[in-house]
Write a protein of this length. Structure first.
Length: 130
């Protein structure tokens, strides 16, 4: 006895194919988002910055120079970098993020200007708290 335009094994096969297609779309769609992690403007290398669309060696170096003077507080500040206007920022805003200051600055690394020489505005060692 038929129940509609399709029945039996054929209906079961159609459902299996539909479920398989839905799962593959979900899996592939999720994997695509995971393949493009955001680039942190405060910690990325020039090579990582150059992986962004529209950012070549000169713009990557300009981003690094900007953060060396003042780390980014939010991604919107990217438009303050020479060569990056509103149009390019619109392409980049979903691909970049901002964390804390670069690691060398947070830890007072040896390469930081004024680190450990008393001129950086910090004492050589903070007294231990009880």
């Amino acid at each position: 006895m038929k129940h509609g335009w399709m029945s039996g094994r054929r209906a079961q096969s159609v459902w299996q194919v539909a479920v398989a297609m839905l799962l593959s779309v979900l899996i592939i769609g999720g994997a695509g988002a995971a393949e493009e992690p955001r680039v942190d403007l405060n910690t990325a290398t020039t090579a990582e910055l150059e992986s962004l669309p529209g950012v070549g060696p000169a713009k990557a170096q300009a981003i690094v120079a900007h953060r060396d003077v003042a780390p980014f507080k939010n991604a919107d500040e990217l438009v303050e970098v020479k060569g990056i206007g509103e149009k390019l920022y619109a392409q980049l805003k979903d691909r970049v993020t901002v964390s804390g200051a670069p690691a060398a600055r947070k830890q007072g690394g040896a390469g930081e200007v004024g680190a450990g020489d008393g001129k950086g505005g910090r004492a050589a060692a903070a007294p231990a708290r009880p």
